[in-house]
Design a protein around this ligand. Structure first.
Ligand SMILES: [Zn+2]
Length: 402
């Protein structure tokens, strides 16, 4: 079993070791060492990365995994000689970031247990955020805003208290007397971590030496996830960067809306209401303009060989509802076929409608003109990249094809 140096010193970022074995697998070269300070993926805490150097060769370590027997394997980009003495160098910034998030795991899990008796059943540190999954005693999967704020206060207060963090392997008697947050998952060689006197639990992970090193703590989200409650949070520089991004965005919005920060939501609501009112007004004006244009459109109707008249027109940009109303209004005249197109978004919306006394199927005509859409024999709608299908359909009708 590989000697895990990080158990005794989580700040050991450079160490000497011996290469005991090298394996070439489908996913790369893997080396086993006699001792390592590289942390493997486990307990929701991601693996370390860094360098392993031996015999003048610097091999990058991109992945670290523990096997079932407890040996730790390091994925390398270059082969190192078996038996060689090597120097391992860990990406300390990455490890420190992971320890801060993991420290946040512990303090948040402890606070949830203490305040609400929620039991943490899983945790995960991602590249942007960290999460813990919690079973709440009353089965609920959401928390009130005020409850979340209390947890943030608890965790930040415990960080600011800067209590020492201790990791060790207690004997059976000492272990049995400990106020553990939850029972250990293993029976032997139980490693315990204690954050002051407010979080004591079994854990094989790496931890900061004192709670103060976790830095700022912020919960971003509390949401249901497959029947349990998932807390998403950030610690340390991650939380600072997130706060900076939020403050920058809010500050810019305050300038744009000429509103103080505490009035920003009200200013946005007022803007949305104003935009909605203007959109309604705009729709009304377009409908009024449409009604005014109807006689002009009707005057341009061309007689069809089989009887009746056809109006083929590309109108100014309008919403589908107004376009539908325009076509319906034109088709309200006996013997009229209205083929109307208008720009809508990136393409064109088309509506074909027929008045009384016309037998041509509008849905069939729409598709014959190459338009994606459908409808009923007397009314059909669709979309096309251009308004050309209107002219194409009109030519078919005027030549008596459909
Ligand atoms: Zn831990």
């Amino acid at each position: 079993m590989t000697d895990r140096l990080y158990y005794d010193n989580a700040y050991l970022f450079a160490f000497d070791c011996r290469v005991e074995a090298v394996q070439e697998r489908a996913d790369g070269l893997w080396a086993r060492l006699d001792r390592t300070a590289f942390y493997p993926d486990s307990g929701g805490q991601p693996h370390d990365t860094g360098m392993l150097s031996a015999c003048g060769i610097d091999a990058a370590v991109s992945d670290v995994q523990a096997d079932a027997s407890g040996d730790i394997w390091h994925r390398l980009d270059k082969v190192l000689p078996v038996g060689a003495l090597a120097r391992g160098t860990i990406d300390g910034a990455r490890r420190m970031d992971h320890m801060r998030q993991h420290g946040g795991d512990h303090l948040l899990a402890g606070a949830i247990w203490e305040r609400y008796k929620g039991v943490t059943i899983g945790l995960h540190t991602g590249s942007d955020t960290a999460t813990i999954d919690v079973v709440m005693p009353d089965g609920r999967t959401r928390l009130e805003k005020q409850e979340i704020a209390l947890l943030e206060d608890d965790v930040n207060a415990r960080i600011q208290a800067d209590v020492p963090v201790r990791c060790w392997f207690p004997g059976a008697v000492e272990l049995a007397a400990m106020p553990m947050r939850k029972p250990p998952a293993v029976k032997e060689l139980v490693r315990v971590v204690a954050y002051g006197d407010f979080e004591t639990v079994a854990c094989g992970g790496t931890h900061p030496s004192s709670s103060g090193q976790i830095g700022l703590f912020k919960i971003l989200d509390v949401a249901p996830a497959r029947g349990i409650t998932r807390f998403t949070f950030m610690c340390g520089m991650r939380a600072l960067r997130h706060y900076r991004a939020c403050a920058d965005s809010a500050g810019e919005a305050c300038v744009l809306l000429s509103a103080p920060l505490d009035n920003l939501p009200a200013a946005v609501r007022a803007l949305r209401e104003r935009a909605s009112a203007l959109a309604d007004e705009n729709t009304g004006l377009k409908r009024a303009a449409m009604l005014v244009s109807l006689p002009e459109l009707l005057a341009k109707a061309l007689p069809l060989p089989a009887g009746g008249r056809v109006i083929a027109a590309e109108l100014s940009a309008m919403d589908r509802e107004t376009l539908r109303e325009t076509a319906s209004a034109l088709a309200g005249n006996d013997g009229v076929i209205a083929l109307i197109a208008a720009r809508n978004g990136d393409g064109y919306a088309l509506t074909f409608a027929r008045g009384a006394g016309i037998a041509t199927d509008m849905a069939l005509l729409l598709r014959a003109a190459g338009v994606r859409g459908g409808g009923k024999p007397d009314f059909a709608q669709g979309s096309a990249p251009s308004a050309a299908p209107v002219e194409a359909a009109a030519r078919m009708l005027l030549s008596g094809k459909p």
